[in-house]
Design a protein around this ligand. Structure first.
Ligand code: SF4
Length: 465
């Protein structure tokens, strides 16, 4: 199983950083590995460093030291993190390690004793202390201004918004609660202030992330805090409503199908609210016995009935999910239940991973480990079904009008866009290949869909749209 598709590697976005700096300015490089949540951590660290007067280098040679933000979710991610640290040491020599793998300092220093410091996940202050020790700050009050929206590694028209850290669940295949701790929600007004600043800074789409978005505020007992002329409760319903009023698209990731998710659906159906009719729900499996062995939250929920109710209230709702095949003990019958469930659920987007043992996960000790070739064969069958469903759903969109956000325009004038049903990096695209001269990245325009593939759409602009 892998959680981090290669195109989510945020260090690939480094060239977008502002690289103008004065000659005596202390300068830091950043290699950021892992999931979108780690990317937000990297952005926060860089924002603080920029505010303190540090320059940010897009290459090893221009940096006085390099921070490597690691991922430790899977053994393969750990190996990748160690490799990235080794590369930074070879290329630059002064390396500070942070992130999930930083929770195991001996594992890092055992391989790379030359690293300057190792700090764990979300230890922003410790990372900054390590940077200060390695490369003392030299602020210039006349030039070092904090950019209005902080430093972002994601393109400027969309931004991830982290609302909480950690998780109270104990899914057997997952070591995130051990690495990141129990649920810790940010105060609602702090999240909203950050979101408001991002929108003021030009962000057109906010991607709400956490480990368990529907549990937001539980640890704070859903406290109310002052916001605008009234108060806002630290509850996903209230937070979504207020975020949807900021004038940007708002997309929810990592939502579990708890009963109160039903209350979000009318907001998604409301054209006045920016909350997109999009739910990213990591179902992971459909067979109750497999889910039980996984110890998944909300495993007992009647998800098909729930999905039908959501769609009745919001017909445009797009559902994305991820699944694991080949989990220990998964029988052919259990897998077939998953395929049948997919047929009924008709999800719009799915990702699928073959199960992989992760050091420290409780699922490693479960009996009935599935042979690798069986996992691969099931993955293949799963993806074939998912592809057929996706192709059929996209074909039904031909002839419809869709609002799309422009992500990129290439040298030949082809605009790569996304519909409201597509999250960046993980879902499909809609391409416009004519009449794009007046378009800019971040624009939201309406197009008529005129062609569909298995995962992507093509569309054309109509006069006046
Ligand atoms: S809900 Fe499960 S899979 Fe998700 S972070 Fe928590 S323990 Fe891990």
């Amino acid at each position: 199983m892998t959680q981090n598709p290669p195109d989510l590697r945020p260090d690939l976005a480094r060239p977008r950083l502002d690289d103008t700096r004065r000659s005596d300015q202390p300068t830091i490089g950043m290699v950021s590995l892992g999931c979108p949540k780690a990317l937000v951590d990297s952005e926060r660290i860089l924002t603080r460093l920029r505010a303190e007067g540090y320059g940010i280098s897009a290459d090893y040679s221009g940096a006085d030291a390099v921070i490597v933000n690691t991922c430790g979710f899977l053994d393969s991610a750990k190996a990748e993190s160690l490799e990235a640290i080794g590369e930074a040491l070879a290329e630059n020599g002064r390396v500070i390690v942070t992130g999930c793998l930083g929770a195991e300092p001996a594992y890092i220093t055992g391989t790379h004793p030359r690293v300057l410091a190792v700090t764990g996940p979300h230890q922003y202050e410790q990372v900054l202390d390590a940077v200060h020790a390695a490369v003392p700050p030299a602020p210039d009050p006349f030039v070092d201004l904090l950019p209005a929206s902080g430093v972002k590694l994601t393109p400027r028209h969309y931004s991830y918004l982290k609302i909480s850290e950690g998780c109270n669940h104990k899914c057997k295949f997952c070591i995130i609660p051990d690495m990141r701790g129990r649920l810790q929600s940010r105060p609602a007004h702090a999240v909203l202030r950050e979101a408001e600043k991002l929108v003021e800074g030009g962000v057109r789409e906010l991607l709400v992330i956490s480990q368990d978005t529907s549990a937001y505020g539980l640890d704070r007992r859903h406290d109310s805090l002052p916001w605008k002329d009234g108060e806002v409760r630290s509850h996903i319903l209230d937070l979504s409503r207020e975020l949807g009023r900021l004038g940007a698209w708002v997309r929810l990731h990592y939502v579990y199908p708890y009963p109160h998710v039903r209350e979000l659906i009318p907001l998604m159906a409301d054209p006045e609210n920016g909350l997109l009719p999009y739910l990213d729900i990591p179902f992971q499996h459909a067979h109750p016995d497999t889910l039980k062995r996984m110890a998944r939250p909300a495993a007992a929920a009647r998800t098909l009935d729930e999905i039908a109710a959501w769609r009745a209230a919001c017909p445009d709702l797009a559902l994305r999910s991820t699944f694991i095949v080949g989990y220990p003990g998964e029988t052919e019958a259990e897998f077939q239940t998953l395929l049948d469930w997919l047929d009924e659920a008709q999800l719009d987007r799915v990702g699928c991973f073959t199960y992989e043992n992760v050091a420290g996960a409780r699922s490693n000790d479960l009996p009935g480990q599935v042979p690798e070739e069986v996992k691969q064969e099931r993955w293949q069958r799963f993806m074939e079904k998912a592809q057929a469903i996706s192709a059929e759903k996209l074909a039904a969109k031909v002839g419809t009008f869709q609002d799309v956000i422009v992500d990129d325009i290439d040298g030949e004038g082809i605009a790569t866009c996304r519909t409201r049903a597509d999250a960046p990096e993980i879902d499909g695209c809609l391409f416009i290949d004519a009449d794009t001269a007046d378009l800019s990245v971040g624009d939201i325009v309406t197009v008529e869909v005129d062609e569909a593939g298995d995962y992507d759409l093509w569309g054309r602009r109509r006069a006046g749209l």
